[in-house]
Design a protein around this ligand. Structure first.
Ligand code: 13P
Ligand code: SF4
Length: 315
């Protein structure tokens, strides 16, 4: 089948099977085009919770599909490629984290949604990059906190809130690899551009950014800014949405390293049209979890969604 036939088959199967496709902004362009909803991890978690289709095909990475299953366990949740992991989730293994937590019994645990269900089950509260700062600010000042698994996001929240959260030593392999020196070189080449960065980037890079925010916050910033040019320190997939919404503006990607001109998450890009088609046709690979794990992992996610509503971050 060529790409056009694959797309037609995906649309046909989706209807026949009463399925919905949820796609993250970092997915390949053609997958974003086929998605019923495109969003960042917070918006997609909310969509998954509200979804009444029989099947949810999650075009994103494993922890996102797992979150969808946790929030809506009666649906069949499919992920086109089970290997679509995340360096943050991989950095934080259950038994090592349980030991770390046991060493600090007076701390509450806030985990970034980019972690396994096992880590969620060990957490008191989940956050995303879109709500982390506000959720942390809403907690009593004297509350001691462990923040896992992203030390860059946690460090950024510490710096803007004045907290001293204990940080797990994990990073996003895409954002952490981007270097401040490369941003400065781009700034010299494009003095009229604003630098916008995702808080998963390292602290040195965040210091030279004009704006730091989640995927959604960056999209809003670009639309509201009078600037015409942006140096973008985040995953390449989001450029598709940025360009669609702002055809008159220019976007320059910060490369992941000196030998690489792109900033692609290799995990996110594992999902392809072929795999999406096969996944809908065969209804696999499917996310399967024990009811006990679902119940434990659900509590801190529901707490995040409830707090996000109370704080006016989501409706
Ligand atoms: P958000 O979708 O929360 O911005 O997270 C970015 C990311 O790295 C997803 O894997
Ligand atoms: Fe994980 Fe980074 Fe890829 Fe997001 S971009 S899925 S945080 S490795």
């Amino acid at each position: 089948m060529d790409n056009e036939q694959l797309k037609q088959e995906i649309v046909r199967l989706k209807k026949e099977k009463n399925a919905v496709i949820l796609g993250h902004y970092y997915q390949r362009n053609e997958i974003q085009d086929l998605s019923d909803y495109i969003g960042d991890s917070l918006a997609l978690a909310q969509k998954a919770e509200q979804c009444d289709s029989d099947i949810i095909v999650f075009c994103g990475v494993h922890f996102m599909a797992e979150t969808a299953k946790i929030l809506n366990p009666s649906r069949k949740v499919l992920l086109p490629d089970m290997e679509a992991s995340c360096s943050l989730a991989e950095s934080c293994e259950g038994s090592a984290f349980a030991r770390f937590k046991a060493e600090h019994p007076d701390h509450m645990v806030i985990s970034y949604i980019n972690c396994s269900a096992e880590i969620k089950a060990l957490s008191d509260l989940i956050c995303t990059s879109g709500n982390a700062e506000k959720l942390v600010r809403a907690l009593p000042e004297e509350q001691k906190i462990i923040f896992a698994p992203d030390k860059n996001l946690g460090g950024y929240i510490n710096s803007v809130t004045g907290r001293n959260m204990l940080l797990w030593d994990g990073v996003c392999m895409v954002h952490d690899a981007m270097r401040a020196e490369n941003v400065l070189k781009l700034k010299i080449e494009h003095p009229d551009a604003a630098v916008i960065a995702h808080p998963e980037c390292n602290g040195a890079l965040l210091k030279v950014a004009d704006f730091v925010g989640s995927t959604k916050a960056m999209l809003t910033y670009i639309q509201q800014s009078g600037k015409k040019k942006f140096i973008v320190a985040t995953e390449t997939g989001i450029l598709y949405e940025m360009r669609k919404n702002n055809p008159d503006k220019e976007f320059i990607v910060v490369p992941m390293g000196d030998n690489c001109n792109c900033a692609d998450c290799s995990y996110m890009k594992l999902n392809t049209l072929e795999k999406l088609y096969l996944c809908l046709r065969d209804e696999k690979p499917e996310i399967v979890m024990s009811p006990e794990l679902i119940e434990q992992a659900k509590k801190p996610i529901v707490r995040m969604l409830d707090m996000s509503k109370q704080l006016g971050i989501i409706k």
